[in-house]
Ligand binder design. Structure first.
Ligand code: NAD
Length: 293
């Protein structure tokens, strides 16, 4: 019998970890949610509850389905609590040191057959696998943001990923009713290899004064039929995450065309990280987004 994923541990209860926990629980998987403090875990569970509440309001699920999904999500205060997970999804911050520390600290806590996956947007799966105790059972499962709404999941094998791990990950994603696309393990994979240079170019367009925030986003929404402008999208992704991905592309492919825009660096240094900090290319503090340039 092939290996079947039933119980999932999620490390990192930020926007992605919560989304992954939400869709997994909605599909009937048991979920253990971990972050660096009990407060963050509780905030994550509250956020999932609010998201599911909105799904009920929109008619996407019943109150009973929402309650059943929430009941499947339990806090996991430490990695020892992930001991009976079949899959541990790492969705901590996009920082290689942070992720390596997570994989090193997971050693010794998991079942031998458990699959460990990363939701990294850009970092080498093979390199991250080397910091785990199970490169064969390690894989990139890259969900898109917002997880409940986005149809695609990229699957990325590291050099050592075995076929059983790939197959189990694929079945897991299909049970979430999402579509798999397979990417080779190169910096930023497929979606972000194409998307982030476009966003970075939009920031250069702003930096060089070609257009205002509003002009650039309107141009791309109405001129290229994108559902969101690139700067609005950057705020949505998180400007720290955007910068990390550009740095990985720049370092990994050693091509100056991936140079992160200095204005992106400046916003991140200011702590203006987009929606998650209420301010980025737009200011969200008074409700309706107001362009900051
Ligand atoms: P986020 O900043 O919203 O959340 C990250 C969470 O990780 C925080 O709650 C933080 O406390 C937690 N964390 C940090 N160190 C930890 C540790 N040692 N142990 C446990 N938890 C820890 O970030 P996010 O947007 O949810 O991104 C998470 C991952 O998903 C990143 O790798 C990112 O590249 C990837 N991703 C993001 C997007 C996006 O659009 N934001 C899309 C796809 C993939």
């Amino acid at each position: 019998m092939s290996f079947e994923i039933r119980k999932i541990g999620v490390v990192g209860a930020g926007q992605m970890g919560c989304g992954i926990a939400q869709v997994s629980a909605s599909a009937g998987f048991e979920v253990l949610l971990n972050d660096i403090s009990p407060e963050r875990i509780e905030a994550g569970i509250a956020r999932i509850g609010a998201n599911l509440g909105r799904a009920v309001e929109r008619g996407g699920m019943t109150v009973a389905e929402k309650d059943a999904a929430l009941a499947l999500i339990k806090p996991a205060a430490d990695f020892a609590a992930l001991g009976d997970a079949d899959l541990v999804m790492e969705a901590a911050s996009e920082n290689e040191e942070v992720k390596r520390a997570v994989f090193t600290n997971l050693r010794g806590h998991l079942k031998p057959e458990a699959v460990v996956a990363t939701n990294t947007s850009s970092i080498s799966i093979t390199r991250l696998a080397a910091s785990t105790d199970r490169p064969g059972r390690f894989i990139g499962i890259h969900f898109m943001n917002p997880v409940p709404r986005m149809q695609l999941v990229e699957l990325i094998r590291g050099i050592a990923t075995d076929d059983e791990t790939f197959a189990a990950a694929k079945v897991f994603i299909e049970k979430l009713h999402k579509t798999v696309t397979v990417s080779e393990d190169f910096p930023a994979f497929i979606v972000n290899r194409i998307l982030l240079p476009m966003i970075n170019e939009a920031i250069y367009t702003l930096y060089e004064g070609v257009g205002s925030v509003d002009a650039i986003d309107t141009a791309m929404r109405l001129g290229a039929n994108h559902p969101m402008g690139p700067l609005q999208l950057a705020d949505f992704i998180g400007l720290d995450t955007c910068l990390s991905i550009m740095q990985v592309l720049h370092e990994g492919l050693a091509d100056s065309k991936y140079r992160p825009c200095p204005l992106l660096v400046k916003y991140v240094e200011a702590g203006w990280l987009g929606r998650k900090t209420q301010r980025g290319f737009y200011d969200y503090r008074s409700g309706a987004p107001i362009p900051t340039r």
